[in-house]
Design a protein around this ligand. Structure first.
Ligand SMILES: *Cc1c(COP(=O)(O)O)cnc(C)c1O
Length: 393
């Protein structure tokens, strides 16, 4: 069967089911098109997209500026490895330098979040000549072997051991647990500023400050995983701005390139000079992804989407907190990374939201996570709230 013969929803589902890895939990909806914060299924039904490509669609769907940049670069030069210099890559480095803390003045470009974490851990080991990595309970950093070793979830880890040695996990948001964990053998402490997969849990300022202090005191590198919290999501370009802490290494991906796969590791001079060719990626810094990223970041800045994340996030959290329901335990979040912890499994509520035209994500078994494009309007948030009130009733 060729793609052109695929027509009905049932046929599309059957064609995927025939060859899919089977690793993904699928919902029975075929998404074919998107515009702003709305996506459409193969039957023409509209949904407000609070899945947002799991964090890769901050800019919203169908952005004309990004689409044009990708098309133009595809015609001009799509492939150019870092064996050579390239005009679009140079432009992206400039753009990143303008939005990153000035201390993070070097960047390694890669293709995904897990790859950004993978590289960050390697850089920290090389720079410190130590092997220990301290991560947090409920943390999520990706699923390749190194990143998976920092990820907490036993459901992700247990099948694949032995994982990389030298990793330990401390309780999240317990500053008093850090003193014994971060030692003179620690290469890196890695943390999300809002745990996403782990249940939408913002880090406490004291926890982050204590980690930064101990890393500096003991010569370990501080690594922030802002793969999900970056690019306006939490109400500032990077969540770290709200903690007033600059890490030694910053991991980025998801919304960096307007939906194209890309990751980045920004790092300070503390990392020092890494030996030539000790790390690389064929697609890293390819002009196509760089052109998309230049356009996407330009739009995020021009439209001040961080401000919209702040305002709409406040509206969403306030509205969710106003819902009177015995089933809700807590509403948490920062900017437009919002979670509702229920006293029960979240699957039923997620299904009810979907049936009512709102796609949302889980975050652990009992949390409903809202991760909409940052272009979402006040009216769309009102619709999400109306559907949520019904789903949690
Ligand atoms: C999604 C995510 C990753 C992994 O990114 P991939 O692109 O899926 O490999 C890593 N860290 C955090 C915090 C994430 O949210």
């Amino acid at each position: 069967m060729t793609a052109t013969t695929l027509r009905s929803t049932a046929e599309i589902v059957a064609a995927e089911d025939a060859h899919t890895s089977g690793l993904y939990m699928k919902r029975g909806v075929v998404l074919v098109r998107g515009e702003g914060a709305t996506v459409y299924d193969s039957e023409g039904r509209a949904y407000i997209d609070c899945v947002g490509g799991q964090g890769s669609a901050n800019l919203g769907h169908g952005n004309e500026t990004v689409a044009r940049a990708i098309a133009e670069q595809a015609r001009t030069l799509a492939s150019c490895t870092e064996l050579f210099y390239n005009d679009r890559r140079a432009e992206l480095y400039d753009v990143l330098a303008r939005i990153l803390p000035s201390r993070l003045d070097r960047v390694f470009l890669c293709n995904s979040g897990t790859e950004a974490v993978e590289g960050a851990l390697k850089f920290a080991r090389a720079a410190t000549k130590r092997s220990g990595v301290v991560a947090t309970m409920r943390g999520f950093h990706g699923k390749t072997m190194g990143a998976l070793s920092a990820t907490w979830g036993p459901e992700y880890r247990d099948l694949f051991g032995p994982l990389v040695p030298g990793f330990s996990h401390v309780p999240f948001n317990k500053p008093e647990a850090l003193d014994a964990a971060i030692t003179h053998e620690t290469a890196a402490f890695i943390v999300e500023l809002v745990q996403g997969e782990g249940g939408v849990r913002p880090a406490k300022a004291e926890f982050v400050a204590r980690a930064a202090y101990l890393c500096a005191e003991r010569g370990a590198l501080l690594v922030f995983d802002e793969v999900q919290t970056g690019f306006g999501r939490t109400g500032t370009m990077f969540a770290s701005e709200q903690y007033a802490v600059v890490p030694d290494i910053l991991c980025l991906a998801k919304s960096i390139a307007g939906g194209l796969p890309m990751g980045a590791i920004a790092f300070s001079r503390k990392v020092g000079d890494l030996p030539k060719r000790s790390h690389s990626a064929t697609f890293g810094g390819n002009p196509l992804a760089c052109a998309a990223a230049v356009a996407a970041i330009g739009e995020i800045v021009r439209c001040d989407l961080a401000r919209n994340a702040r305002d709409r996030g406040q509206q969403l959290r306030d509205g969710l907190r106003a819902i009177q329901s015995e089933r809700i335990r807590e509403v948490r979040g920062l900017g437009l990374l919002v979670g509702v912890e229920l006293k029960e499994n979240a699957a039923v509520a997620l299904r009810a939201l979907q049936d009512d035209g709102v796609l949302a994500l889980g975050a652990g078994p009992t949390v409903v996570r809202y991760l909409p494009p940052l272009v979402i309007t006040a009216q769309e948030v009102d619709r999400v709230l109306a559907a949520s009130a019904k789903a949690f009733a």
